[in-house]
Ligand binder design. Structure first.
Ligand SMILES: [Zn+2]
Length: 251
């Protein structure tokens, strides 16, 4: 199993790849998506392995049913620690302050963000596709943490593997929408096509929310470029898996 990490996050965490699970092609092998057509038993075993790798019980690995919105849920109430936890509910961000819990999001081109507040001892996982970036799900997540006492200036954030500007061709209309909000630097012209830079737009949102630049890490990996390592919805179509990104509140 290969989990990519950021040197800036002071807790156990990892951006999952597709390596180290038991799912068969086209979901080979560490797929965590339950609604993509894979065998649920294989997905549950993959989630068990990820929980073990993170050092938490399967029932303490919290996920949400992601809907490309900006709702934020709190994790921490565990019914059965030994069973793989069902998604908490519909949301695109999840946080916890429980030291024996991990929070996680599933992606295949969308951007996973992991947030850590070492002062308030809270962690969050955020899922941001273009809709989430556009509707500022990252800012909503920071606001939710602020409501329970986290100062944005104390947060450390890692922006994980996603479809990068090299591969993320978008329509002229969508490019214009993003330019209108984030400015021209988030769109790059490649030949006659326009490519969107989701991490660049997210970086602006994070800075605007009060997170210091030195506390933000943007990983360079492109899910679409690296077929051996990542699932990619844009590259593979609807029949592909999801990788998991998780963070543990083990301060
Ligand atoms: Zn690429």
């Amino acid at each position: 199993m290969e989990l990519l990490t950021s040197r800036k996050l002071p807790v156990t965490h990892g951006f999952g790849t597709r390596l180290g699970g038991i799912s068969r092609a086209p979901y080979a092998s560490l797929n965590v998506g339950l609604s993509v057509g894979d065998d649920p038993a294989a997905v549950h075993e993959n989630l068990r392995r990820l929980a073990a790798q993170a050092g938490v019980a399967p029932g303490c690995l919290a996920t949400v049913t992601q809907v490309h919105g900006h709702a934020v849920l709190e994790a921490g109430q565990t019914v059965d620690r030994s069973k793989v936890a069902a998604p908490l509910g519909e949301a695109d961000a999840v946080w916890t302050g429980q030291s024996d819990h991990a929070v996680a999001v599933k992606t295949a081109d969308c951007v996973p963000l992991l947030m850590v507040d070492p002062v308030g001892q809270r962690v969050a996982a955020v899922h941001a596709g273009w809709r989430g970036v556009y509707s500022a799900v990252a800012a909503h997540s920071i606001e939710a943490l602020a409501k329970v006492g986290t100062s944005p200036g104390d947060l450390w954030v890692a922006v994980g593997p996603c479809i990068q500007v090299c591969c993320y061709e978008v329509s002229t209309e969508l490019a214009a929408q993003f330019t209108g909000i984030f400015g021209g630097t988030v769109v790059t012209r490649v030949g006659a096509k326009e490519h969107l830079d989701l991490p660049a737009a997210l970086l602006m949102t994070l800075l605007g929310a009060g997170i210091p630049l030195k506390q933000i890490d943007v990983l360079p990996h492109c899910t679409s470029c690296d077929r051996a390592r990542f699932f990619s919805h844009r590259r593979d179509g609807a029949t592909t898996g999801r990788q998991l990104s998780l963070v543990v509140a083990d301060f």
